[in-house]
Design a protein around this ligand. Structure first.
Ligand SMILES: [Mn+2]
Length: 297
């Protein structure tokens, strides 16, 4: 065989040897489920060798004192991208961060949910308006093909399994839309009256605007305050919620800043970015701690 020094994942469809290697990886992984070991193939040019090698690594029992938090990513033709602030916040909250890779196969989406104890839907670019039966607004920004469909599948199975779901910014919108809500493609153009600035120019850890929280809501129970300050990096926002959701926070101009399910223990969408203020803001820390704590149940 000839090799492409040596990335079988790039040529597995056209090269028989590479195909066999990828197949062997899947088979070894399936077999190792019975035991307490995982088999890893390392594909990044091991020095002096073009052969893949494998190592056995002790897998340990998964500990519910450190629940696994599945985290979604930005998706583009360059690959998957995830700001480390989300990972830092989960790590500091004693959760185990696990990055979720996009697949559109329903069975694989379900399999991902089976492996995690909570779902964190991260921020990102705009939602594809076809998802809520609208044509693209003039001010619609970049969308992420495939991400909406993938995350919709994750939400469906997460709610079915009953694990906590935290949607952040874009995540709050996809959560609401998937459950039957509606949203604005551009708040500045589509909301009547004066909308304040929701796309701050200050750093991500700066608390820019006020958020008023609904008394007795899940969000209120988590942060223990009715008025907080948050950062803000959005030009889209939720508009209406489905019957089993409530609007649990708004900014003073009426923009929806949080939504949550009344039919689940912990299904919460926040329009701001608490991961960006985790290390300098009490309420942000409480939100991540609450997520990890709920994931332990
Ligand atoms: Mn805002």
């Amino acid at each position: 065989m000839s090799v492409n020094s040596f990335h079988p994942e790039d040529v597995f469809e056209s090269d028989e040897s590479s195909g066999k290697i990828m197949e062997a990886l899947i088979n070894a992984s399936a077999k190792s489920k019975a035991g307490n070991q995982s088999r890893f193939f390392m594909f990044c040019r091991p020095a002096g060798s073009v052969l893949p090698f494998s190592v056995n690594i002790y897998k340990g029992e998964s500990s519910m004192s450190q629940p696994i938090i599945g985290i979604t990513t930005f998706i583009s033709d360059k690959g998957l991208t995830l700001p480390t602030t989300y990972i830092d916040a989960i790590n500091d909250s004693d959760g185990v961060p696990m990055v979720l890779a996009k697949t559109l196969n329903p069975e694989k989406i379900k399999a991902q949910i089976e492996k995690i104890d909570a779902l964190l839907l991260t921020g990102g670019n705009d939602i594809e308006p076809a998802l809520f039966n609208e044509e693209p607004h003039q001010q619609l920004g970049e969308i992420e093909p495939g991400r909406d469909e993938y995350e919709s599948g994750l939400i469906e199975h997460a709610l079915e399994k009953g694990i906590p779901v935290l949607g952040i910014c874009r995540g709050a919108q996809i959560l609401n839309i998937q459950q039957g809500g509606t949203m604005y493609q551009d708040i500045y153009d589509q909301i009547d009256g004066t909308v304040n600035q929701h796309t701050q120019n200050a750093a991500r850890d700066y608390l820019a605007h006020t958020v008023n929280i609904e008394d007795g809501s899940l969000l209120h129970r988590i942060v223990g305050e009715k008025t907080i300050k948050t950062n803000t990096f959005h030009h889209q926002a939720n508009k209406g919620v489905p019957d089993h959701f409530i609007i649990s926070a708004t900014s003073p101009d009426g923009v929806i800043e949080a939504v949550e399910s009344t039919a689940h223990d912990f299904v919460l969408g926040l329009q701001w970015h608490p991961e960006g203020t985790y290390f300098n803001d009490g309420p942000s820390k409480k939100i991540f701690h609450a997520l990890v704590e709920a994931a332990q149940k």
